[in-house]
Design a protein around this ligand. Structure first.
Ligand code: COA
Ligand code: THG
Length: 572
């Protein structure tokens, strides 16, 4: 079918539906919901057989839904309606939630129901639920809806609140008043629930000292305590804050109002609270430390027999200079252990999204911080490439973008969860050339032709396509809970396998041969030569694109590489 996506942004859910529907042979084009006229023009140009709204905040105008079947992907159980569905479900501690595909019409979310898919809720942030359970349920519901539409016989069910299966209801937009934490009364669990329901949009507004912030990314702390609301410690950029029955780590903040020259985007909490943190103890945790109480540990190293597992849960997959170098040191230490297989487990939410654009934007000199960050990232990549004594596996549970994808290719074997979406390109960030040894790592896996299409098309690809073209080695069909079990089985089979010595020998010989043809240093120098131009040259497009990204400026139009309907007609 010819399907038009009408969407607020090309977010992770929209990308996953895009990848999956195209894989099934549908022709999909995308239009950002900028205003009614733009949407009407897109419909006229593309003449879609179906319109799908994966992530829409504005009403689709009657001029469209009267003439075209429009499916709203609503992140709620049947009968649930309103703009803050997931927020309320988290705040109410719902045990079961869902995604409903309903037909757009005059009343918001009251249209006929085409499908409704439910899932058990998980104690997680709104964006984590969105990237996982909601995306999987939405995909299932959209495929079910398309099958019904294609059948020509199935009809949607009118929303009928007298039906006992319709358990949802209307909920208003959640306000900061609804979300507010009372540090003198709320338990740790209540504080975490409130932060999760607002993470990452809009963030939970709270006062710390004399400033107001939005709070993001909370974790339970099981040992430190203090006066409720009191700041207790810092760790790797996060701050620990006491509750009535324990404490929480908060890793990121955003100023609600900014003064002259202050950043108003998400940054490490300790950075924005610098004045309050000077008297706080900094309590770093080494990756190999295994506290027997709940706490926050960004980089974790665990060992089972001769297999090492390195976890790195970087918020939003963004890796600043410090994080890259701490991870490089953790890899270096792991390589000294008596292990023969090293598994890079990435994070539970993201594998990696490359260098940290927010930290760079906030730096005194964004050009210098970009340079520091990309060199730290390259040092990490080189540390992994040069691992003669271990077989390195990259186990991608979460999505990856830009340099984060090529960082994964430094491993000898790359496996990914079948739900993963990759964006193996830098071009969305101005004319950024990219580094992470991609000019060495990508062609040797996918060849010249795929290298060009992947890096020039700027489109996301699914894990399955990644394996088909050789970007990835294999898929792991798993949900979040048993992904790591399956990775451990893989690692144990590698360890037990008779071929491990041979694999290590072959990997060493291949690297030596490649270095004779062209030293890795030369790949790095050539990439960084281009990046130096991106950072310090006359073309400001990287700095402009980064500013737009970090400040979340709305797009003025849908980029041509997404709005196919605007190219076809231009060409014809
Ligand atoms: N630096 C800082 N923050 C980043 C980031 C990066 N490199 N990549 C993603 N994020 C943040 C986003 O700002 C967003 O933050 P929020 O939760 O506060 O809104 C969050 O991570 C999720 O990103 P989002 O863009 O919503 O995810 P997506 O699945 O829709 O898109 C990408 C994934 C990778 C296409 C997109 O995040 C992206 O283009 N990131 C930048 C990649 C890049 O250019 N890296 C630098 C060059 S190596
Ligand atoms: N029919 C039509 N268009 C739609 C929907 C529909 N567009 C998307 C919409 N469903 C998604 N669901 C909602 C439900 C309620 C609200 C917005 C999207 C809503 N918005 C507040 C308002 O408009 O006043 C503002 C909320 C905010 O500030 O974020 O109530 O079913 N044709």
């Amino acid at each position: 079918m010819r399907i038009l996506f009408l969407t607020h942004s090309f977010n992770s859910l929209t990308q996953r539906l895009f990848v999956e529907l195209r894989k099934r042979g549908h022709e999909v084009s995308i239009e950002f919901d900028i205003n009614d006229a733009v949407a009407e023009e897109a419909v006229d140009l593309f003449q879609p057989e179906l319109i799908v709204a994966p992530f829409l905040k504005r009403a689709i105008p009657e001029s469209i839904w009267k003439k075209h079947l429009c499916i709203i992907v609503h992140p709620g159980i049947s009968g649930d309606r309103g703009p803050s569905s997931v927020d309320w479900a988290i705040m109410r501690n719902e045990s079961q939630w869902g995604v409903t595909c309903l037909q757009a019409d005059a009343e918001m979310d009251a249209g006929d129901i085409w499908s409704s898919v439910e899932f058990p809720m998980r104690k997680a942030s709104k964006s984590s639920l969105y990237r996982n359970e909601i995306t999987e349920a939405a995909l299932k519901g959209v495929l079910e809806t398309i099958a019904k539409v294609e059948s020509g016989s199935a009809q949607p069910q009118p929303l009928d609140y007298s039906d006992q299966n319709v358990k949802g209801q209307w909920h208003d937009l959640m306000t900061q008043q609804d979300r507010a934490i009372d540090w003198s009364a709320d338990s740790t669990e209540q504080v975490l629930t409130k932060i999760r329901a607002a993470d990452s949009m809009p963030g939970l507004r709270d006062r710390i000292g004399d400033r107001e912030f939005f709070l993001y990314n909370g974790f339970e702390e099981g040992q430190l305590t203090g006066e409720p609301g009191q700041l207790l410690a810092t760790r790797d950029g996060a701050v620990c804050r006491a509750t009535v029955d324990g404490a929480v780590w908060i890793t990121h903040l955003r100023l609600t109002e900014r003064k002259e020259l202050e950043p108003n985007f998400k940054l490490p909490a300790a950075m924005l609270l610098a004045d309050h943190c000077v008297d706080l103890p900094d309590l770093p945790l080494k990756p190999q430390e295994q506290p027997n109480y709940k706490t926050w540990q960004e980089i974790r190293y665990r060992e089972q027999g001769q297999v090492g597992y390195l976890y790195f849960d970087f918020c939003n997959g963004a890796m600043d200079s410090g994080q890259c170098l701490r991870l490089r040191d953790a890899v270096r230490d792991a390589k000294k252990r008596d292990i023969r297989v090293l598994v890079l487990m990435g994070g539970s939410e993201f594998w990696s999204n490359g260098i940290h654009l927010n930290q760079i934007e906030a730096a005194e000199s964004p050009a210098d911080e970009s340079w520091r960050n990309i060199n730290a990232m390259d040092d990490l990549c080189l540390e992994i490439i040069n691992s003669p004594d271990q077989w390195v596996v990259a186990a991608m549970q979460g999505n990856a973008g830009a340099g984060g994808v090529f960082f994964a290719l430094t491993a000898d074997q790359v496996v990914a969860r079948d739900t993963v979406v990759l964006n193996p390109h830098y071009k969305s960030m101005g004319n950024l050339f990219g580094s992470e040894y991609w000019t060495y790592l990508l062609p040797r896996r996918v060849g010249e032709e795929h290298t060009n299409t992947l890096t020039q098309n700027r489109l996301p690809i699914g894990a399955e396509e990644g394996v088909e073209i050789g970007l990835l080695d294999s898929l792991i069909a798993a949900d979040r809970t048993d992904f790591s079990d399956q990775v451990k089985d893989l690692a144990q089979s590698l360890l037990a396998g008779v071929k491990l010595d041979q694999r290590l020998q072959e990997k060493l010989e291949r690297l030596q041969k490649d270095e004779q043809i062209k030293p890795l240093q030369q790949y790095r120098d050539e990439e960084l030569e281009q990046m130096k131009l991106n950072f310090y040259g006359f073309d400001p497009s990287y700095h402009v694109a980064r500013y737009h990204f970090v400040e979340k400026l709305p797009k003025a139009r849908t980029p041509a590489y997404l709005a196919k309907h605007r190219c076809i007609n231009k060409a014809s």
